[in-house]
Design a protein around this ligand. Structure first.
Ligand code: SF4
Length: 393
């Protein structure tokens, strides 16, 4: 069992992440940061909406635009479908006639779309600097090293990796190679149940909070059954005995957006809005999820608000673009953002109208920009892990 601070709260020494200037720098060790070749339209161009419409119309069925729930309104307006990352990847796979899939999301989502679509389709990410800080918290080298640590502790054979959809293709491939499965925030419980039928322990990557919340709140494990593997410490900061005693080995990764909500946010909103129902995403910290009234994925949150009584009051703990759109869609309900501070997914927000226009106009001109391609070997094993998820009961 790790320290209380590490188990329940913010990590004492957060994972270092360099800040990159928007679309202007490269970080070869990260999924973020490359230059946009060509001229990006100015954000102040009053003709952007018209330009996006014209380019989209010119491409017709050859292009299919996917918009993640956390995208800006100006981008969502042009999306053919909206959804969470897995729904979008499946939607793309169901449109084989579309030559170009323009993915308004982040890098790992575009990779999953490439894995699930045909070789004839090309997946375009309008800004390659749109990565995910959580996905970046587990690299292939770190995870391979972790597996060596588990092997030395004599528990690798009994351990099944379960990786959250929010991970790079490399991590999905590692998972597939070692007999594990992918999960989403909607099916994490089913994925863990399956994994515990295959082995005695789970290595859960890369979101510690989704792993802990699902294991403890939905499956009856105790916090003592969980350990936190810190890839920045020798042997993950754990002894062989701690690893051997654990049921859930949680990777020390988190979402920088959902990780911001705190117990104070919950207490403050309850005081400010009497009778409010607090509904949060399972990527939030354990103490936040425990203090909330309801917990669920973005799709669950959307459905819960659709079904809510007029006049009911809600505080929502997920990304701000989505919460604002939900508040607008339900004027008969009081829907507020759980935290008083602004909390967008900054990497997701790198995809803006200028980048979308630039990507669409490039396609019209016959140039395919920012293509996301997963190499065949990685794709084979990542797909094996995704297929195991699809086969979950
Ligand atoms: S909301 Fe969190 S998990 Fe989702 S893309 Fe942004 S940083 Fe990654």
């Amino acid at each position: 069992m790790t320290t209380t601070t590490e188990t329940h709260g913010v990590d004492p020494d957060p994972t270092p992440l360099a800040l990159l200037l928007l679309g202007r720098q490269a970080d070869p060790n990260s999924e973020r940061g490359v230059e946009c070749p060509g001229d990006l339209p100015a954000a102040s161009d009053p003709g952007l909406v018209e330009r996006a419409r014209t380019a989209k119309a010119a491409l017709g069925n050859r292009v299919f635009i996917l918009g993640h729930h956390y995208q800006r309104d100006e981008v969502i307006e042009f999306a053919d479908v909206t959804g969470d990352s897995f729904k979008l990847a499946r939607d793309a796979a169901a449109r084989p006639e579309a030559e170009y899939i323009v993915f308004c999301g982040v890098h790992f989502m575009a990779e999953s779309a490439d894995i699930l679509t045909t070789d004839a389709q090309q997946v375009v990410l309008p800004d390659l600097a749109a990565g995910c800080s959580m996905a970046d918290m587990a690299t292939a080298e770190q995870v391979a090293e972790c597996w060596d640590v588990l092997t030395e502790a004599g528990i690798a054979d009994a351990t099944v990796p379960v990786s959250y959809m929010n991970s790079s293709a490399d991590i999905k491939a590692f998972t597939g190679k070692h007999g594990g499965t992918i999960c989403t925030s909607s099916n994490a419980k089913r994925a863990l149940e399956w994994a515990f039928e295959q082995g005695e322990k789970v290595l859960f990557l890369p979101d510690q909070h989704l792993g802990r919340n699902t294991a403890v709140l939905e499956m009856g494990f105790s916090l003592d059954d969980c350990v936190l593997y810190n890839p920045h410490k020798p042997n993950g900061g754990l002894t062989a005995e701690q690893l051997r005693n654990a049921k859930m080995i949680l990777w020390r990764g988190h979402c920088s957006v959902h990780g911001r909500f705190s117990l104070d946010s919950v207490n403050e909103v309850r005081e400010r809005i009497p009778g409010v129902t607090v509904l949060v995403h399972p990527e939030c910290k354990h103490e936040v999820v425990t203090a909330a009234d309801m917990v669920g994925s973005t799709e669950y949150i959307i459905k819960a608000l659709d079904a809510a009584e007029p006049g009911s009051k809600w505080a929502i703990g997920t990304e701000l673009n989505l919460v604002r759109r939900l508040a607008k869609a339900h004027p008969d309900k009081e829907i507020v953002f759980l935290d008083r501070t602004v909390c967008f997914c900054s990497t997701m927000n790198r995809i803006d109208l200028p980048h979308l226009v630039w990507a669409l106009e490039s396609l019209v001109e016959g140039r395919v920009p920012n293509v996301i391609t997963v190499d065949p070997e990685t794709e084979k094993y990542a797909k094996a892990a995704l297929d195991r998820m699809l086969a979950l009961p």
